[in-house]
Each structure stands twice: as structure tokens, then as C-alpha cells.
Design a protein around this ligand. Structure first.
Ligand SMILES: Nc1ncnc2c1ncn2[C@@H]1O[C@H](COP(=O)(O)OP(=O)(O)OP(=O)(O)O)[C@@H](O)[C@H]1O
Length: 312
């Protein structure tokens, strides 16, 4: 694991915003999900050493978190949610400055700044004053300064904030492209599930100062052996009623299509579905294991009533 955190707690005054967090992050594209105030930014800041935890320990590569070892900066990149640009600077000057702060020699920093500005689509605008940049350009610039020194671990805090649909798609494409570089870990903190679903392979769900769930999407979204989506030819309401009579749980009956979900019970086999529906001359056209969406996983772990995180 690239990053491991043990019993991490952080408070602002009397308000405990991370409560005994334990987390291991693999080399993967990670989505950090949670409603507003869940503690996502605080967790990132604590790992970066910008906030001192009340208690707990952690390790990133060979570094102990909280050791104030500045070398860690060479290996970590951070795109903050808030504005962090310096008016009067050009993009090249700004990004090369960030590279130097992260340990690159001046010449190398300038070379990398040019390269990375082209990568994020700001090559043509790299000598313009930052105060003339649009919101979309500012977001790209923040991304550029986070990756200019080629870090192993990159935290992106709400990177699509303020972007129009086209800009958002482009930003997500860029993030996916960066995430595919081998041996790199990108942590995308967001309250937008579609962004996370699109860009990441592993998710961490936070709520109320705690980690509620973490794991690879392919495992978390995998279907249950007894839960199926059925498409039938015939009366879908009648099909659902027949299966309910058999003691099966039926749900998600589609409004326009003859599709619904069924969960088998103990002792009831998949082939019995064909038998009971066939007897009523209802044919099963398609039967597939029902997988979970990120939103369903999220809703399972995050108390509804707060912000649900699904809105765009
Ligand atoms: N500097 C601070 N001083 C006091 N309280 C803070 C400070 N920063 C954050 N908090 C509080 O800590 C809690 C967690 O905030 P945090 O920003 O980590 O949440 P988040 O999950 O990143 O939320 P968002 O999605 O809104 O950015 C919130 O209750 C917030 O009000």
C-alpha cells in the first residue's frame, strides 16, 4: 500500500472532524466521496502535513506522516479546492515556482512547467498573466502545479468545481489520463458520484468524521448471487405479482420497459423463475446479475437527510 493511516484524529477546537481514521490506499485512481463537511479536505491536509493530527500515525512511502520531513513534498501533489494563484505571474512562472518549491532545480522546473502546461491544454496561454485566466483555465493551472514534479501521490480537491459541462468532461479526461500512469495514485475528492465513477477504480466513502467504506469498485459493485434483473415478454406487473406470491422480493419495476428486479429466497432456484412465469405464459427474455452503482453504495453508507452527494 502506498499510504497507510492508523487511528488518525483531527479536531478544530472542540469539533472533532476526523475520528480515529484507519485507511490504506493502493496505487490506483481513488475517489474520495462524502457529503459537505464529512472531513475529506481535512484528511487530505492532514496527510500533506498542513494540519497536525491530535493522535494517530501514518506512513507514505518511507516517510512517517507528521515528521515534518520536507522531502515528502517531492512525492506528493495537491490541487486545492480554494483559489491559490498569484496575480501578476504568468502560468510558466507560477508552475515552475511550484516545481521549485517541490524540490526541482530551476532549469528542470522551467522545462517541466512548459511540458505540463501543454499537457493540460494551456500551452498557448502559458505567457499570459494569470489574472486574465477564466475559471476553466485556473482549474487546469491548479492541476498543472499539482503534477509538475511528477509526484507518486496526487490529491485533487473538487477539480471540476465551477466548470461548464464541456470543461468538466475535458478535466475528467485529463485526470483519467494522469491516473493511468503506472505506479501513481490519484485521489479525487468530490461530492459528484459521476466524476468518481468515471475516473477512479477504488473508492473511499466518508461521513461524519469517519471512513464508512473503502475498496475496489469492481468488488463493491459486484452483484449478489441471488439478485437479478429480469426482462420479460408479457405483462410485467403480472410477472412481478406471481413472483411475490412465491415469497420473492420484487422491486425497481421499470416504468416503460418490461424490466424489474428480483431477489431469490432460500430454497428457490433461478430455474424456478422460468417455471412459474412460463406457467403464466410469460417468457424471460433476459436475466442478468444485478450490480450496484456507486450511488447505491454511497446511499448504503451515508445517512440520507444530509447532502446526498448525487446532485450535479
Ligand atoms: N479551518 C477550520 N476551522 C474550523 N473548522 C473547520 C476548518 N476547516 C474545516 N472545518 C470544519 O471541519 C469539518 C470538515 O470539513 P472539511 O472541509 O474537511 O469537509 P469536506 O468533506 O472536505 O467538505 P466539502 O465537501 O464541503 O469541502 C466541517 O465541519 C468544517 O466546517
Amino acid at each position: 500500500m502506498l499510504l497507510e493511516i492508523k487511528d488518525f484524529s483531527v479536531s478544530y477546537g472542540k469539533n472533532r472532524v476526523l475520528n480515529n481514521i484507519n485507511l490504506s490506499l493502493p496505487n490506483a485512481a481513488v475517489g474520495l466521496l462524502g457529503p459537505n463537511g464529512a472531513g475529506k479536505s481535512t484528511l487530505i491536509k492532514a496527510v500533506l502535513g498542513l494540519i497536525t493530527p491530535d493522535s494517530g500515525s501514518g506512513r507514505f512511502l518511507d516517510f512517517q506522516l507528521g515528521s515534518n520531513d520536507r522531502r515528502i513534498r517531492q512525492y506528493v501533489g495537491y490541487m486545492p479546492e480554494s483559489e491559490c494563484l498569484i496575480p501578476g505571474f504568468t502560468a510558466v512562472r507560477y508552475v515552475s515556482y511550484a516545481a521549485q518549491l517541490n524540490g526541482l532545480p530551476k532549469r528542470e522546473a522551467f522545462k517541466r512547467a512548459h511540458q505540463v502546461l501543454y499537457l493540460v491544454g494551456l500551452g498557448e496561454a502559458r505567457y499570459r498573466d494569470l489574472s486574465t485566466y477564466s475559471t476553466g483555465m485556473r482549474q487546469r493551472l491548479k492541476l498543472a502545479q499539482a503534477i509538475v514534479h511528477d509526484p507518486y501521490l496526487v490529491f485533487l480537491d473538487e477539480p471540476t468545481n465551477g466548470l461548464d459541462p464541456e470543461g468538466r468532461e475535458e478535466m475528467l479526461d485529463l485526470i483519467r489520463q494522469i491516473a493511468e500512469i503506472e505506479d501513481r495514485c490519484i485521489v479525487l475528492s468530490s461530492h459528484l458520484m459521476r466524476d468518481v465513477e468515471r475516473c477512479t477504480d477504488y473508492i473511499v466513502i466518508m461521513d461524519q468524521a469517519q471512513i464508512k467504506c473503502s475498496g475496489y469498485l469492481k468488488d463493491l459493485c459486484a452483484g449478489q448471487a441471488d439478485r437479478f434483473s429480469l426482462r420479460v415478454a408479457g405483462d410485467v406487473q403480472k410477472a412481478a405479482a406471481i413472483l411475490q406470491e412465491q415469497g420473492l422480493k420484487v422491486g425497481h419495476v421499470h416504468k416503460r420497459e418490461p424490466v424489474f428486479e428480483v431477489t431469490l429466497r432460500e430454497g428457490y432456484r433461478a430455474r424456478d423463475l422460468f417455471k412459474h412465469l412460463g406457467a403464466a405464459e410469460i417468457q424471460i427474455r433476459q436475466m442478468k446479475p444485478r450490480t450496484f452503482t456507486v450511488e447505491e453504495i454511497y446511499r448504503k453508507h451515508v445517512a440520507i437527510g444530509g447532502q446526498d452527494g448525487s446532485q450535479e
